[in-house]
Design a protein around this ligand. Structure first.
Ligand SMILES: Cc1cc2nc3c(=O)[nH]c(=O)nc-3n(C[C@H](O)[C@H](O)[C@H](O)COP(=O)(O)OP(=O)(O)OC[C@H]3O[C@@H](n4cnc5c(N)ncnc54)[C@H](O)[C@@H]3O)c2cc1C
Length: 452
């Protein structure tokens, strides 16, 4: 009897979670993963730490190898195999092996986990010395360049969380860093009081931050020793340039196969991660999801989501039943000693969703002052009309980021300000002040609401 066959396209967070979950659900299934790169199952989230030198060996970022999946999970991982077309009518995919050999592979169930690619629509983005660092290949090339050419200056184009993490990484390597952001604030999606803390920590560590700088092009000196980044406020010179200008979902295979693309530009899926085409699931950075606070479809590509969605897609593709309901937009990052995190909606996002938001910003400490507690800033956002929590953001040292987790749970539970006041959050002098930042912020929000 022929075994039912699951084919997975893409072998990182979403793809390998799908394949592994499917194996656990159905030991009889034939499972094949097609990955165009040379690695599977690595932590893209750890890439900045390879550049900073905190991780010396890139192999440490690889969670499991091709061989592990073959031996331990009976999953056939085909590396350097790029899928070029899906034919849903015939239930086959076309692929190119090592760039040239054309193969067709039949499937009964298919999971698309093609991720995202860097947005690099800037003339000069292909010059030597200009890098993206969204995958192991690109980041290894950057590492080699730093080791061999030893540049002393870097320009980072983009002021999102990935740009921030690489600014820290370059600075730790002794480079003088300039960060160019297109918008008037750093870290789009963060409130000015929180993003301002990030800007301060960058500047106090020698990173020059320039905002309102839309980059037009990059040029280089004749032997490429110097790169010139031209932008709306002038130009900057550097020995190495990193483009951290955002991610674009990889949807072309899905689009060509007639799969519906959602309003955010990523693949539309239902709660079981099923696309609009029968037997084809999708998960991870190539898909959109529902924001559970606004109720709207969003593109919010993160590893934590990709892993969960992959599990759900794998479970369903193997004959089980699982659902992924959506996200509340929790994101955390770190630059130097400062931790920065958010969950829920920003004021701008809440306004766009018609949720009549209000906000309050409070100043607290990481833990008891007599034990060396450090300053911490938090912003709480709520709806004037429903008094529901809409978002919470925090910046501070030593465990500040994980403080948003309590707020994330509150968002899932749709708690209101009054509910927050009663939360029994942990306290002991080494960990927190008596009044935890979320509770202080909620109390201030209630007072502000009463005054209005
Ligand atoms: C620097 C950095 C830091 C990050 N930090 C965090 C963090 O702290 N926390 C967090 O939650 N997230 C973080 N992320 C995001 C996280 O890494 C991604 O959300 C996650 O890797 C997405 O997994 P994925 O499997 O959906 O896609 P990807 O990791 O993009 O994998 C997709 C794979 O599909 C393959 N592929 C694409 N097209 C084809 C094709 N046609 N044929 C065959 N193979 C194909 C690609 O080669 C790729 O290997 C970070 C990302 C970066 C770049």
């Amino acid at each position: 009897m022929t075994r039912e066959k699951l084919v997975v396209i893409g072998g990182v967070a979403a793809g390998m979670s799908a394949a592994s979950r499917a194996r656990r659900r159905n030991p009889e299934l034939e499972i094949m993963v097609l990955e165009k790169g040379r690695h599977v199952s690595y932590s893209a989230c750890g890439l900045p730490f390879y550049i900073s030198g905190q991780i010396a060996n890139p192999d440490d970022l690889i969670v499991y190898t091709q061989d592990f999946f073959r031996r331990k999970r009976d999953i056939d991982v085909q590396l350097e195999t790029e899928v070029t077309r899906i034919e849903p009518g015939r239930k086959i995919v076309h692929a190119l092996r090592t760039g040239s050999q054309h193969v067709t592979i039949p499937y009964d169930k298919l999971v698309i986990a093609t991720g995202a690619s860097p947005a690099i629509a800037i003339p000069g983005a292909d010059l030597p010395g200009v890098f993206t660092a969204t995958d192991l290949k690109g980041t290894s090339a950057l590492r080699r360049f730093l080791d061999e050419r030893r540049p002393t200056t870097a320009v980072i184009v983009g002021s999102g969380y990935i740009g921030l993490e690489f600014a820290d990484a370059f600075a730790r390597q002794g480079l003088r860093v300039t960060m160019l952001g297109r918008s008037p604030v750093l870290l789009e999606g963060f409130e000015p009081e929180i993003a301002g803390q990030a800007e301060e920590v960058l500047q106090s560590n020698g990173v020059q931050v320039k905002k309102n700088c839309a980059v037009n092009s990059i040029t280089s000196s004749p032997l490429h020793h110097e790169l010139f980044v031209h932008h709306s406020s002038g130009s900057d010179t550097a020995g190495v340039v990193l483009l951290a200008t955002g991610l674009v979902p990889q949807t072309s295979l899905a689009e060509d196969a007639g799969i519906r693309i959602g309003s955010s530009g990523a693949i539309a899926v239902d709660e079981r991660m099923l696309t609009s085409v029968n037997s084809i699931y999708a998960a991870g950075d190539c898909t959109e999801t529902t924001h559970l606070v606004s109720g709207r479809p969003v593109y919010f590509p993160l590893g934590t989501t990709a892993n969960k969605q992959g599990r759900v897609a794998g479970e369903n593709a193997a004959g089980g039943f699982a659902q992924f309901h959506g996200i509340v937009g929790t994101l955390m990052t770190k630059a130097f000693e400062l931790e920065i995190a958010r969950t829920g909606l920003s004021m701008g996002e809440a306004r766009a969703a018609g949720l009549a938001p209000e906000s309050v910003t409070i100043h607290s400490t990481s833990h008891a002052k007599y034990l060396g507690g450090k300053p911490l800033v938090a912003t709480l956002i709520w709806s004037r009309e429903s008094l529901r929590l809409l978002g919470f953001q925090v910046a501070g040292p030593e465990g500040a980021a994980k403080r948003v987790d309590a707020a994330a749970v509150a968002l899932h539970a749709k708690l209101r300000l009054e509910d927050l006041l009663h939360l029994d959050l942990g306290y002991a002098p080494p960990f927190a002040p008596v009044w935890e930042a979320l509770l202080i912020a909620a109390s201030e929000a209630v007072k502000k609401g009463r005054r209005a």
